[in-house]
Write a protein that binds this ligand. Structure first.
Ligand code: BGC
Length: 719
């Protein structure tokens, strides 16, 4: 349709119809679906179910059958407006791949894109038109439950991950929504839905670039976040939503609120009434109100009494209709909804192969003193609450079913073609402290030569509304690990988690640690392949692993202080006093950003710069030799970091500026290069300009953010 036709559709709508076009409720609110969690509309005062049939969009329709039936019934009621269905397809639809933070550890944008495409393909035939993904909130605090949905702590990489996901969704045939704009990941103390207070500089340099990068891939929608930002709820932040997102960045797609967030402005203490919430939200540029009733109840009244202009509301409605038009819904209102095709593509062998590879490439080998890979003839025992658990697919699993996933036991037995002794020992849930099964598990383990302990965090303990104040492995699991250690066998930990857990209490007992996050439907097969060397680990962590919860937030791209501590020891253990640090803890994380081992062994040598000075407008090439000195072929993620040594505003100690994924056969060596231009060195200077300042810079290259080769150059004005 032409824009003028869409405008005519808007003009023909009543005020009530316009408000409904901008109101989104889960379909079960009025459809009365059997799986309804919330029933009826009584919670929402004077809106009738009959009215809600005219909403322009919905979320969380349970399946394609419901989508088709709701669309048919709308037509029977004479509503011919296309009905747009949205859903949280976060890391797979029915075939589930690892949680996003794990996918990000693969440093493999094509793989991330292929997985998002698979998710979109399964989802679109089941009636989904748009996914509420990617989430590109920058995260630094592992206490926050939603780090599992993120691309990690680095703004550049997190943006690249978001972009790859968008490309995949589009290729697979669904639209998408970048969320949660803005700064939600900075929730104070990692506490869910908590306040954020982020300076303009911090926002511009760290928190905003991820969302902005996503705009390069043309996402259809943005979702505003729940949090207060510097004293105002985002939905009241014209500066962020209108001035920045709309005007400065030029985003002209649809802006949707998060679930219930419009009306929550009352709880924030920002609006006294629902009517006030509606006024503030519409004036701050919000198009669709999700799951609260203020638009539908008050927009018509606000227009009639002249508080807000009808044109403003028309603009919002037009944006929604334009989205439907972009998706072809005026010509094909069902879009791809097709139950037969859905059944053909769902959970196919091809899909399983892809998500298995995704899991293999996202696991991070944190430690290995030679215990891994296992030999097939080794006499092992699988111990721990996740040894034979299918609850390993992670939350936000869309239509994924735990029973369709592969446990570690199943994966290992399938690989070996024989049964393997296995015992849970204890529960993996928080607050399940029953120790009574530990001794039986230890007894079983005592007959093995190598114990594979599958421990960590249950999938239900991370995700939205699952912040944790103590992110250690639970006490009962720690006890299990200690007991296993007393057997003096080889001990490998396979650790599950939606966040980087604190492993300090247990890592000393382990010969090897494979961090598998929440690995998805094919988790067990992927883990078995990694344990036995059929796949070689290559993931690199995108979040620093804290040594203790009290270190949070801990992240690599931080600043130097005036009193840096030289030896990184706690003061009580000899750390130089009156310097930055703790009495009882180191400053460094247990495992730094970018860390991840392989069965191959990579050495970096001869970092050389093509020149010692870089003139503005010129270019400089950094080169390094990377050699696989091990006996196994493997993939390495070569990481390039920069540091501006002195500047008008202090710069982070290191910033990731580029990476290269290389495959090296055993014994093979490659020269890798990285080009630096003035553009690479830009940042928001003290005068607010995005520019590079002359002076000294350091270039680092390595296989993680800590252990790097270093060289220096100067940016100069002349030749
Ligand atoms: C979450 C969003 C999600 C929405 C719809 C909210 O609670 O914060 O990320 O997209 O629900 O399910």
């Amino acid at each position: 349709m032409e824009e003028k036709d869409l405008k005519q559709l808007v003009a023909a709508m009543s005020l009530e119809e316009k408000a409904l076009q901008l109101t989104q409720f889960p379909v079960y609110e009025w459809e009365g679906h059997a799986s309804a969690v919330v029933t009826g509309m009584s919670n929402y005062g004077n809106i009738s179910c009959d009215d809600l049939w005219k909403s322009g969009t919905t979320l969380n329709a349970p399946d394609g059958e419901t989508v088709l039936s709701v669309r048919r019934r709308r037509r029977e009621k004479g509503i011919d407006d296309p009905f747009l269905v949205m859903f949280d397809v976060i890391h797979g639809y029915r075939t589930i791949y690892p949680v996003p933070v794990a996918m990000a550890c693969s440093f493999h944008t094509e793989l991330i894109e292929d997985c998002a495409c698979l998710a979109a393909t399964e989802a679109k035939y089941d009636g989904v038109d748009l996914t509420f993904s990617p989430m590109v909130d920058l995260v630094r605090d592992a206490r926050w439950g939603r780090v599992m949905e993120s691309g990690g702590e680095d703004p550049y990489w997190s943006g690249e991950v978001g972009k790859a996901m968008i490309r995949g969704y589009h290729r697979g045939g669904i639209a998408c929504c970048v969320k949660h704009f803005a700064g939600y990941g900075a929730a104070e103390a990692g506490r869910e839905y908590n306040t954020t207070d982020i300076s303009e500089r911090n926002l511009r340099e760290y928190y905003l670039p991820t969302y902005r990068a996503c705009l390069e891939e043309d996402p259809e929608m943005f979702m505003s976040s729940f949090n207060l930002l510097n004293g105002k709820p985002i939905l009241g932040h014209k500066e962020i939503v209108v001035d920045l997102l709309r005007k400065e960045w030029g985003f002209d797609g649809v802006l949707i609120s998060d679930y219930g967030a419009v009306d929550e402005m009352r709880n924030h203490g920002y609006c006294a009434t629902g009517k006030e919430c509606a006024r503030v939200a519409i004036e701050s540029g919000l198009d669709i109100e999700m799951a609260s009733p203020d638009y539908v109840r008050y927009l018509p009244e606000l227009i009639r009494e002249g508080t807000i202009s009808e044109e403003k509301v028309d603009e919002c409605v037009l944006r929604v209709l334009k989205l439907k038009n972009k998706l072809g819904m005026y010509e094909a209102p069902e879009r791809y909804t097709d139950l037969k095709k859905r059944d053909e593509v769902t959970l196919s062998e091809e899909a399983r192969v892809l998500v298995r590879r995704a899991a293999e490439e996202s696991c991070v080998l944190l430690k290995n003193n030679g215990a891994l890979p296992l030999k097939e003839e080794e006499n092992i025992a699988l111990i721990g609450p996740f040894a034979d658990s299918k609850e390993i697919i992670g939350t936000w699993q869309a239509m994924g079913r735990c029973e369709e996933s592969v446990s570690v036991k199943e994966g290992v037995e399938h690989l070996l073609g024989r049964e393997v002794p296995c015992a849970g020992g204890c529960s993996g849930m928080l607050f399940s402290g029953d120790e009574s099964a530990i001794e039986d598990a230890v007894k079983l383990a005592s007959r093995a030569d190598h114990i594979i302990a599958c421990v960590g965090e249950h999938m239900s303990n991370s995700g939205e509304a699952h912040a944790r104040a103590d992110i250690r492995i639970t006490k009962v699991q720690r006890k299990l690990i200690e007991r296993l250690y007393t057997l003096r066998k080889k001990l490998t930990l396979v650790v599950f988690g939606g966040r980087p857990l604190v492993l300090s209490d247990v890592e000393k007992y382990a010969d090897a640690i494979l961090y598998v996050w929440q690995p998805g439907t094919e988790g067990g097969n992927a883990i078995a392949n990694l344990l036995y060397g059929k796949a070689v680990p290559c993931g690199k962590t995108v979040m620093s692993f804290p040594r203790s919860t009290g270190q949070c937030p801990v992240y690599y791209n931080c600043f130097a202080t005036g009193r840096p501590r030289k030896n990184d020891l706690p003061t009580m253990l000899g750390g130089d006093s009156w310097t930055t640090g703790y009495d009882d803890e180191c400053n460094s994380p247990l495992y730094p950003f970018g860390h991840g081992l392989s069965y191959a062994k990579f050495e970096y040598e001869e970092l050389r710069l093509s020149r010692e000075t870089l003139a503005r407008g010129g270019k400089l090439t950094a080169r390094v030799k990377v050699k696989n000195v091990g006996s196994v072929d493997g993939t390495e993620i070569v990481q390039w970091y920069l540091h501006d040594e002195f500047a008008s505003v202090v710069r982070p100690l290191k910033e990731l500026k580029g990476y290269e994924r290389i495959f090296l056969k055993a014994g093979e060596e490659k020269e890798i290069s990285f080009t630096i231009t003035e553009e690479t060195l830009k940042y928001y200077t003290d005068s607010g300009e995005y520019a590079a300042e002359t002076g000294a810079f350091e270039v680092f290259v390595g296989g993680n953010s800590r252990d790097c080769l270093k060289a220096g150059f100067q940016l100069v004005d002349g030749e």
